[in-house]
Design a protein around this ligand. Structure first.
Ligand SMILES: Cc1cc2nc3c(=O)[nH]c(=O)nc-3n(C[C@H](O)[C@H](O)[C@H](O)COP(=O)(O)OP(=O)(O)OC[C@H]3O[C@@H](n4cnc5c(N)ncnc54)[C@H](O)[C@@H]3O)c2cc1C
Length: 468
């Protein structure tokens, strides 16, 4: 370990909990019971689903079952990019036509505003700042991808997106070597934990029952089974994203992909002057093994990227601990972006898992024959997507129970989408390891050769994995 990473707090779920405090844990389930809707998982997906269902039908008895505490998963660990990206849009365009995918994209654009609106209505103070999203290119190949990305987003209706050259980029954020960037207003920075804690409190205040320290071991039609009893309900909704593989029968459903983050100490005014970033945009890049970052409300940089991407057998992590090598790799990215921060102290490092379906498409499904529903597979862009998925799941439940009709959301192309399962081990492990080794090699090659084209290695990896 280098001296600058030796004092890092590693794990502890995430920096966001070190900042805002771990919550008091709610009572576990105490014996068999019944509900109208049982929701498994207390992250953004489960909690927003409970929120919108209860708002639509206050008489519904809704129980949320959470293995640890609400926000224990990715919802309490993410980079706080509340933005309009949705995994699978381009594939949905191929499957259902361009117009259907545009509807999904428009719904996502509106979702950023909906989260901000609902947080305001519920008095949730989550350090929200609507500065948009800035994505930068630092090599000719990245710049070519950035332009193609910008054009594709414009074709999906984002007329308010802007393309910048090196100078305009530097006027926003001084990223070393940035040659171009694209900015969209459809994004905001959030404090993930303040959002999830506030949401859990709002849901409870509406009359939803939340049991924590209550792991569900099996979901069967009309049953959510736990060691402390079974909740019987006509609808059981699985909102477990990156943890789904731990449930009986779900080992190969969504692959738990790891993402890791670091948070610096608060920067000095002088350091901020060197960095810029007055607009507090969320910041990302166009590398294959991309980074994402935010300027926190208390003046730090929180930056994330891919560490060890996947653990054999779909294992998840121990309370967010990440590898020392990953901390060092993220630190190198930070300093390469902002050389003026070479001496800055990293205070916290952590990791979490997100859910990746075999076709990399987020989806929302209610199986009408069993009453079992699920939403997720957001592939790393779930902060806003979970909200739209929750409202879609609400409408599917209301449609099925005869309380509501078809809506714009039930007709989105992701409703009812099914996908094949991942390969068994060791193929799963070898495939994902190979994929990220290929992406890292492609990034190195593009940087070394200054080629204007995306490396063939990355294109081949995309084809083999079905990512694009
Ligand atoms: C490090 C990291 C950075 C990220 N950054 C961003 C970002 O900046 N922007 C963005 O859009 N997305 C980001 N994501 C993804 C985003 O955080 C997730 O897509 C989103 O939070 C998923 O919410 P969820 O409720 O579906 O899942 P989770 O938040 O993972 O919630 C699932 C919950 O289910 C519980 N659970 C699991 N299994 C069981 C069980 N058997 N019984 C009971 N409870 C169970 C878990 O404890 C957990 O609380 C990031 C993810 C990670 C890991």
């Amino acid at each position: 370990m280098t001296s600058s990473t030796s004092t890092v707090v590693n794990g502890g779920i995430s920096f966001w909990y070190a900042d805002d405090g771990l919550p008091a844990v709610r009572e576990p389930l105490a014996g068999d019971t019944s509900a109208d809707v049982a929701i498994v998982g207390g992250g953004y997906t489960g909690l927003w689903t409970a929120y919108y269902l209860k708002k639509a039908a206050p008489f519904l008895r809704i129980t949320v079952l959470e293995q640890r505490f609400c926000g224990y998963g990715a919802s309490g660990r993410n980079g706080g990019w509340l933005y309009n990206g949705v995994a699978g849009r381009d594939r949905y365009a191929r499957l259902h036509g361009h117009e259907a995918a545009v509807r999904l994209q428009r719904a996502m654009n509106d979702t950023v505003g909906e989260v901000v609106r609902a947080a305001e209505e519920e008095g949730i103070e989550a350090d929200i700042h609507r500065g948009g999203v800035l994505e930068v290119a630092r090599t000719p190949a990245q710049a070519a991808r950035l332009r193609a990305f910008h054009e594709a987003e414009s074709a999906f209706g984002e007329k308010d997106r802007e393309l910048y050259g090196a100078r305009e980029t530097a006027e926003r954020i001084t990223v070393a070597g940035a040659v171009a960037s694209t900015w969209t207003p459809h994004g905001a920075r959030v404090h993930p934990v303040k959002l999830v804690k506030g949401l859990a409190a709002a849901v409870e205040a509406l009359g939803v029952t939340i049991h924590e320290s209550t792991p569900v071991t099996e979901i069967r039609p009309q049953h959510a089974v736990t060691p402390y009893g079974t909740v019987r309900a006509p609808y059981v909704l699985r909102c477990t994203e990156g943890f789904t593989a731990n449930l009986k029968g779900q080992r190969r459903t969504w692959l738990p992909m790891n993402s890791s983050m670091i948070a610096t100490e608060p920067l000095t005014d002088g350091q901020w002057e060197a960095v810029g970033w007055a607009g507090r945009e969320t910041l990302g890049d166009m590398a294959h093994a991309y980074m994402y970052a935010q300027r926190t409300a208390d003046g730090r940089i929180a930056l994330g990227g891919r560490g060890v991407p996947y653990r054999f057998g779909s294992r998840t992590d121990a309370d967010g601990r990440t590898q020392t090598a990953t901390v060092q790799a993220l630190r190198r990215i930070l300093v390469s972006f902002f050389p003026a921060l070479a001496g800055v102290r990293i205070e916290h490092a952590w990791s979490g898992v997100l859910g990746v379906p075999r076709d990399w498409c987020a989806s929302v499904t209610l199986d009408r024959s069993t009453g079992i529903g699920w939403a997720g597979g957001y592939v790393g862009s779930g902060v806003a997507t979970a909200n739209l998925a929750a409202r879609t799941l609400r409408d599917l439940v209301r449609l099925d129970s005869g309380q509501g009709g078809r809506t714009e959301l039930t007709e989105l192309p992701w409703a009812g989408h099914r996908v094949r399962r991942w390969e068994p081990e060791p193929l799963r492990w070898l495939g994902v390891r190979g994929l990220y080794a290929a992406y890292r090699a492609a990034d190195r090659r593009e940087a070394a050769t200054h080629a204007a084209e995306t490396s063939r290695i990355a294109r081949a990896a995309d084809r083999v994995t079905g990512r694009h």
